[in-house]
Design a protein around this ligand. Structure first.
Ligand code: ATP
Ligand code: MG
Length: 561
């Protein structure tokens, strides 16, 4: 039985309870559509953690018949790149969400943000401060002692003048800031007159050198939300203690809307790292083959690995949305993929460590055709023709000259079923001068066509095989965890010290059913007995087939009792 819930409909959660309350209350949400946004910073590719935020943001809007904007949160002038913007769009579309024409850049609001800062100064709610970053740290106080801010009471006119001159580039980077005038004694340090603008002469990827002052996230974000008419600004838990500042900004500027911030737990997964900075290091130092390396937790990496949008949405839906940070088992993500592919993937055969099996009593030159179901779960997927002849490829490990205990595959004198075709009895093998087996011999029983035994005799082993006279060569890539420990970046650890040197195994000269010759990404298959595989979306070409193992057949996920 498949446990996958229908990912088309988001399961209810506490965010929806809050929104239901807001709608019931009327007030500032009266007559408004629920409006959310997904605000990635375009400084890297999206990862599975972002997928959670995307499903929460777009999924919530969808549930309420509302809207979700896509906004590049590019107020920070460093390391932003068009390459990332395009990739972010592609990944969100791939997951099945659409922002329609509501695609925005936070940097488009710089002028308005500047205006709101001036408004705060005029209201006596912001001032220009000349403390150095070190001084500011020394003056911030502790839980017993309020912060000190010597420039706090400077006249409004003076702050207005200095702020304008900050904007005009008259002062050095870091020499002045604009601070909100809130509460130096607040138990919440984010409220102790936080910096809302800093001087930073860095070229911005969109506004170039136009600005040398940039707004801080806590000031910029609520303004971006308000300008876009966002009703519910859903974000991760680390912003919870910033919410009072979010509300303060919204309540003290003449904001066109009053969005409500709601925080939910970040997604963490074991055996991988999730911060964009660390993922970028893996790429830049070439520990992996790019952002879309199939071992990466990026959405493009997962896509290349063979993950389907459905499996990811189902994963996100099943882990749920809560207020408690937790680490999800990587094996649960794999479980969700297996669940989906078990339903949808066509079955086929491929031999990854081939050795030749010769059926000595089968006529030379003869070929038989067998009609085989593509997917026993989906008869509507039809059948395919598999050919059989005197020679086939089998896995080297499916033959043992001297069988170990309980071995039920090929060894001299033993019978096995070649999947869907005949029962064959092993008669021996040929070895080279080093004693390695180079060919295995068997005789088939013509009475067992289709793999049945008319006399009812028991044949325990069934093995997969590929017609050696009619097959396709393939390269197969097997993957293991990228890291050797479940928590490579915990505490003092340098995650690079825990890279798994065996996370990629490339097998060449594998033998696949001829039918696979024309397979193209994003097609997935179940290779009988070996797992689920997809066509590599980058390296597979006609004449050079490449398959990635998406996930093995064996489910490593054990639900907690
Ligand atoms: P990272 O720490 O990986 O660089 P980030 O938070 O800096 O991530 P952003 O581009 O700012 O990345 O994130 C866009 C949105 O995705 C934010 O709303 C953020 O809260 C959310 N997000 C990022 N990582 C996760 C995660 N692991 N789980 C859930 N949401 C996440
Ligand atoms: Mg961020």
């Amino acid at each position: 039985m498949s446990e996958t819930t229908n990912p088309e409909v988001m399961t209810g959660n506490f965010i929806h309870d809050f929104i239901d309350e807001d709608i019931a209350e009327g007030g500032k949400y009266a007559g408004k559509k629920v409006h959310t946004r997904f605000p990635p910073e375009p400084n890297g590719y999206l990862h599975i953690g972002h997928a959670k935020a995307i499903c929460v943001d777009f999924g919530t809007a969808e549930k309420y018949g509302g809207l979700c904007n896509l906004r590049m949160d590019d107020t920070n002038p460093t390391k932003e790149d068009v390459e990332y913007v395009d990739a972010i769009k592609e990944d969100i579309k791939w997951l099945g969400y659409d922002w329609d024409d509501r695609f925005y850049y936070a940097s488009d609001y710089f002028e308005q943000m500047y205006g709101y800062a001036v408004e705060l100064i005029k209201k006596g709610l912001a001032y220009v401060c000349e403390l150095t970053p070190d001084q500011m740290r020394d003056y911030r106080g502790d839980t017993q002692t309020p912060a000190k801010s010597p420039f706090r009471d400077r006249p409004v006119e003076e702050s207005l003048d200095l702020f304008e001159r900050m904007k005009n580039g008259e002062f050095e980077d870091g020499s002045m800031t604009l601070r909100a005038k809130i509460d130096l004694a607040s138990g919440n340090f984010n409220m102790r007159d936080p910096v809302i603008y800093r001087i930073n002469r860095l070229k911005h990827h969109r506004t170039g050198d136009k600005w040398c002052i940039y707004p801080m996230y806590d000031f910029a974000h609520p303004i971006e939300d308000a300008i876009e008419g966002i009703t519910h600004s859903l974000c991760t838990l680390e912003f919870e203690s910033h919410r009072p500042l979010y509300d303060w900004v919204i309540n003290n500027i003449s904001a066109p809307a009053k969005p409500r911030q709601i925080e939910f737990a970040r997604l963490g997964i074991n055996n991988t790292v999730m911060s964009k900075r660390k993922l970028r290091t893996l790429v830049e130092e070439k520990h992996v083959d790019g952002w879309d390396d199939p071992r990466m937790p990026t959405l493009c990496g997962l896509r290349r690995r063979g993950y389907t949008p459905k499996s990811i949405r189902s994963f996100i839906d099943q882990i749920g949305v809560s207020k408690v940070n937790s680490i999800v088992e990587y094996s649960f993500l794999e479980h969700c993929l297996r669940d989906d592919l078990n339903e949808s993937a066509e079955r086929t055969m491929c031999v990854i460590h081939p050795i030749k099996l010769v059926i000595t009593n089968y006529p030379e030159g003869k070929t038989e055709e067998f009609e085989v179901e593509n997917n026993p779960n989906r008869p509507e997927d039809g059948t395919r023709t598999v050919t059989f002849s005197r020679e086939c490829w089998i896995e080297a490990e499916d033959f043992m000259e001297e069988p170990i205990k309980k071995y039920q595959r090929l060894y001299p004198g033993n019978e096995v079923r070649l999947k869907s075709t005949y029962i064959v009895k092993c008669t021996g093998c040929k070895k080279d001068e080093n004693g390695s087996v180079v060919e295995v011999y068997a005789e088939y029983d013509p009475e067992t066509r289709g793999g049945n035994t008319p006399d009812g005799r028991k044949v325990r082993g069934t093995i997969h095989w590929v017609d050696a006279n009619n097959c396709a060569d393939a390269e197969v890539r097997l993957y293991d965890n990228l890291f050797t420990v479940p928590d490579p970046d915990s505490g003092e650890r340098n995650f690079l010290d825990y890279l798994n040197p065996n996370s990629l195994e490339i097998l060449t000269g594998c033998k696949a059913e001829k039918n696979l010759e024309t397979a193209k990404a994003p097609k997935s298959f179940q290779f009988m007995r070996l797992g689920y595989f997809c066509v590599d979306n980058k390296d597979s070409k006609p004449g050079h087939l490449v398959f990635n193992r998406s996930v093995s057949l064996k489910d490593g996920f054990k639900p907690k009792k």
